[in-house]
Design a protein around this ligand. Structure first.
Ligand code: GLN
Length: 303
C-alpha cells in the first residue's frame, strides 16, 4: 500500500469521525506527528510524501486505539499544562485547562500578594511550604515549583496512589524541579499527621475528585472508561473530599495559611458553606474560570 501523508490523514480522520471522536481532524494529525516525531507546524510540507513500509500499519493501530475511546493524551503519554509538558498515563487524571486558572491565582498571591488584581494583606512570606493535595500527575505542584522562580518554595505533592506519585516524580525530574518537590503517599492528610506533631503548610492547593458518583456513568467514554475513577469520584453529592478538607485542612496550615480548592461549577455555595460551618476560615471567596463559571474557592486560616 503506497499512501501519501495527506491520504492517510484523511482516512484516519474519517475513521475517527465514524467512531464519534469530536476532534477527529486534529487528532488524526496529532497521532501522525506523535508517530513520526515531527511538529504540527511542519506537517503540511510533508503532505505529498509517501509513507514508508510499516508506517501505515503503525498509524492505523494508533487511530484504532483513539477510535476505541482512549484519550489522545494516554496514547501520546503527554499533556501540556501551564506551558509545560507533563507525562501522563492511566494512573493519573489528564490535567485540565480549568485548573490552570487556579495555578495562576496561586502564583499571583505568592509573587504579587494579590488575587485577581486586588492586594491581599498579610501574604508576605520569605519562604512558602506548599501542599498539593491529591496531586495526581503533579500538574499543580510541579508547575508551581517551576514557575515560582525567584521565590523560595518547598512543594509537597501527596496522593493516595503510588502509581500517580511515580508519574508526579517523573514530571518533577523532567521539568528540573526535583530539588524543591517532595512526595508523600497516603490518604488525604494522613502523611502529615505525625504522632506528636502535624506538618503545617503556608498554602494548601487541591483539585480533589469532585464528580457525583451518579453522574459518572453519563460521562464520555474517554473519561469514564479511561481516567482513574479514584481521581473523579467525589461520592454521592460530589463533596466528600471537600468535607474532609473543610474539617481538617486548618490543622495543617500555618497562621494565616491559604487554601485554594478547585470545585465543580455548581459547587461554589456548597463548598463555601462547608468551610463556614467547619469554622476557622476567613475571607472565603469563590472565583470564576475563564468561561465565567464558579471554579475556585479561596480561604485564609482565621487567626
Ligand atoms: N491535581 C491533579 C490535577 O489537577 C489531579 C487531580 C485529581 O486527580 N483529582 O490534574
Amino acid at each position: 500500500m503506497s499512501l501519501s501523508v495527506k491520504e492517510i490523514l484523511n482516512i484516519g480522520q474519517r475513521r475517527l469521525q465514524d467512531a464519534g471522536v469530536s476532534d477527529a481532524a486534529l487528532d488524526s494529525k496529532l497521532l501522525y506527528c506523535f508517530m513520526t516525531g515531527i511538529t504540527t507546524g511542519r506537517l503540511f510540507i510533508m503532505y505529498q510524501n509517501i509513507l514508508q513500509d510499516g508506517q501505515c500499519d503503525e498509524y492505523f493501530r494508533l487511530i484504532d486505539e483513539r477510535a476505541s475511546g482512549k484519550p489522545l493524551q494516554y496514547i501520546t503519554g503527554t499533556q501540556e499544562f501551564m506551558g509545560l509538558e507533563f507525562d501522563v498515563n492511566e494512573s493519573v487524571l489528564i490535567p485540565r485547562q480549568d485548573t490552570e486558572t487556579m495555578v495562576e491565582d496561586v502564583i499571583s498571591v505568592i509573587k504579587d500578594g494579590a488575587l485577581r488584581g486586588e492586594s491581599l494583606e498579610g501574604t508576605g512570606r520569605r519562604e512558602w511550604d506548599i501542599l498539593d493535595l491529591c496531586a495526581g500527575s503533579g500538574a499543580i505542584g510541579v508547575s508551581l515549583a517551576k514557575l515560582l522562580d525567584g521565590v523560595k518554595v518547598n512543594v509537597t505533592c501527596s496522593d493516595v496512589s503510588k502509581a500517580a506519585l511515580e508519574v508526579a516524580r517523573k514530571n518533577a525530574e523532567k521539568l528540573g524541579v526535583s530539588k524543591s518537590v517532595k512526595f508523600a503517599e497516603g490518604d488525604m492528610f494522613a502523611p502529615f499527621d505525625g504522632r506528636f506533631k502535624k506538618k503545617k503548610f503556608d498554602l494548601i492547593v487541591s483539585n480533589p475528585p469532585y464528580i457525583e458518583s451518579g453522574v459518572i456513568p453519563t460521562l464520555q467514554t474517554e473519561v469514564k472508561d479511561h481516567e482513574p475513577m479514584s481521581a473523579l469520584d467525589g461520592g454521592e453529592d460530589g463533596l466528600d473530599f471537600y468535607r474532609i478538607i473543610a474539617r481538617e485542612a486548618g490543622e495543617f496550615m500555618k497562621k494565616r495559611g491559604i487554601l485554594f480548592l478547585e470545585i465543580g461549577c455548581d459547587q461554589g455555595s456548597a463548598v463555601r458553606e462547608l468551610l463556614t460551618e467547619a469554622g476557622g476560615y476567613s475571607d472565603i471567596r469563590c472565583l470564576k474560570d475563564l468561561a465565567g463559571r464558579d471554579r475556585i474557592i479561596y480561604a485564609v486560616k482565621a487567626e
